[in-house]
Design a protein around this ligand. Structure first.
Ligand SMILES: Cc1cc2nc3c(=O)[nH]c(=O)nc-3n(C[C@H](O)[C@H](O)[C@H](O)COP(=O)(O)OP(=O)(O)OC[C@H]3O[C@@H](n4cnc5c(N)ncnc54)[C@H](O)[C@@H]3O)c2cc1C
Length: 397
């Protein structure tokens, strides 16, 4: 829900050594901008379009693409993405979603697109005139990406796509999809290639809207003999799995940041309610049980913040020094994603409990946060997937 917060988000964390002055300036402009937006979020598709337009107009989507194609910075900066997502999610999880999908949906083009593909698609992502989407999951291939069944077969002029993608964010409102399909069915994860598919391509049906518990435009995409030109191939033939993982790697710490923004908001709502609500001749906040809960919540928020900022900083440092991202980063990003999303769920649940009956009343902020947070523990690698990544890394030493 896009309702005004009881207090603006604290910016104390900006003084941490993970951030530099450019990040502080970014936050200084973003915090009042986000607080001033008022979007009707009853219709998820209309609201998402509205948010993309506003985020483009505000210049914030420029952080989703490199400077050469209308972006704000030479290359994508994880700490900027983290600050943007945390702040947007504090105000509106849907605003955060609209922002994130522009980055995730175009990330593979930034990483592996040809100069002409980048010039054709990225400037529209940066100014909000084109909506992007990332189509990897299928009904029988979610966590197990290698089980993907969608096929891309070479034709004399290009490629013919057949199959189904599901749970596709921005499905039905996107202008283009980065689609992953099998080009070598026997090759497992080494037989997948990425393609850029214009939303208007004949043979692509994106009309199956999926309704979920929190506002989030989602659809199932049906590809039925959908012909795309040869130039639609994105990156190397059979290199699509690696490309998808590299794209998700950039944004994994930013999912943690979105959860962090929601948790910070829940804590702010809980503190305001604890000061306001009177019972037994006192305020709710006067009771030690309340103070203990708030103490737990604040520690969980800070733990998530430090893990999130560390992962973003590690990625930016590797990029700055021209180093490939190593296993240490993969484990740090997995820890951030797991801890921030799981902690946020607990913090939001505790905030809801402190609100009593009001906490479950449709329309209150903690009620909508309770629904908003849930899917973050599932997408871009469920918690169990992150546990396995971290566990294997620990065993390797
Ligand atoms: C709101 C939302 C938005 C999404 N947006 C997109 C999008 O834009 N593009 C896209 O391609 N996909 C998207 N997805 C799909 C998402 O990536 C998948 O839902 C996710 O990968 C899990 O796949 P699945 O739903 O098929 O669950 P499954 O793979 O069937 O997993 C079910 C559960 O099994 C558990 N599990 C997973 N692996 C293991 C394991 N190794 N050991 C033990 N337990 C395990 C986890 O608890 C998991 O939740 C979105 C999903 C949601 C809910």
């Amino acid at each position: 829900m896009n309702t005004p917060p009881p207090t603006p988000p604290s910016t104390a964390h900006l003084s941490l050594p993970f951030f530099d002055d450019a990040h502080r300036e970014l936050a200084q402009g973003l915090v009042p901008w986000a607080a001033a937006q008022d979007v009707d979020e009853h219709d998820d598709r209309a609201a998402c379009r509205d948010w993309v337009r506003r985020l483009g107009g505000g210049g914030w989507l420029r952080y989703c693409v490199p400077a050469a194609f209308g972006g704000a910075l030479e290359q994508l900066d994880s700490r900027a993405l983290v600050l943007l997502r945390e702040t947007l999610a504090y105000h509106s999880p849907l605003a955060d979603f609209a922002f994130a999908m522009q980055g995730l949906g175009s990330g593979a083009i930034t990483l592996a697109g040809s100069a002409s593909q980048q010039a054709a698609w990225l400037p529209g992502v940066a100014d909000g005139s084109r909506i992007a989407a990332f189509a990897l999951s299928e009904p029988e291939a979610g966590s197990d990406v290698g089980a993907m069944a969608m096929r891309a077969e070479a034709t004399p002029d290009g490629w013919r796509l057949n199959g189904t993608k599901t749970w596709i964010s921005n499905g039905g409102i996107a202008d283009f999809y980065c689609v992953f399909a099998k080009t070598d069915p026997a090759g497992g994860t080494r037989g997948i290639t990425a393609f850029i598919v214009d939303a208007g391509s004949p043979g692509l049906d994106s009309s199956a809207h999926i309704h979920v518990m929190a506002p989030h435009p989602l659809a199932t995409l049906q590809f039925d003999g959908c012909n795309v030109p040869r130039e639609a191939q994105l990156g190397e033939l059979n290199g699509g799995f690696k490309l998808a993982m590299r794209t998700l790697d950039i944004f994994r710490a930013s999912v943690a940041a979105a959860a962090l923004g929601m948790a910070r908001r829940a804590l702010a709502e809980a503190v305001a309610h604890a000061h306001r609500r009177r019972m037994f001749g006192h305020t709710l906040g006067d009771f030690q049980l309340t103070q203990a809960k708030l103490g737990d919540m604040a520690a969980m928020v800070d733990a998530a913040a430090l893990l999130t900022y560390r992962a973003a900083w590690m990625r930016d440092e590797a990029v700055r020094n021209g180093r490939a991202l190593g296993a240490d980063y993969t484990a740090a990003a997995a820890m951030a994603k797991m801890a921030a999303t799981e902690n946020a769920q607990r913090v939001i649940d505790m905030a809801l409990q402190l609100h009593g009956g009001l906490g479950v009343q449709v329309g209150t902020k903690v009620e909508s946060l309770y629904r908003d947070i849930r899917s973050l523990r599932i997408y871009e690698g469920a918690t169990e997937v992150q546990q396995l990544i971290i566990g294997k890394s620990v065993l390797r030493g």
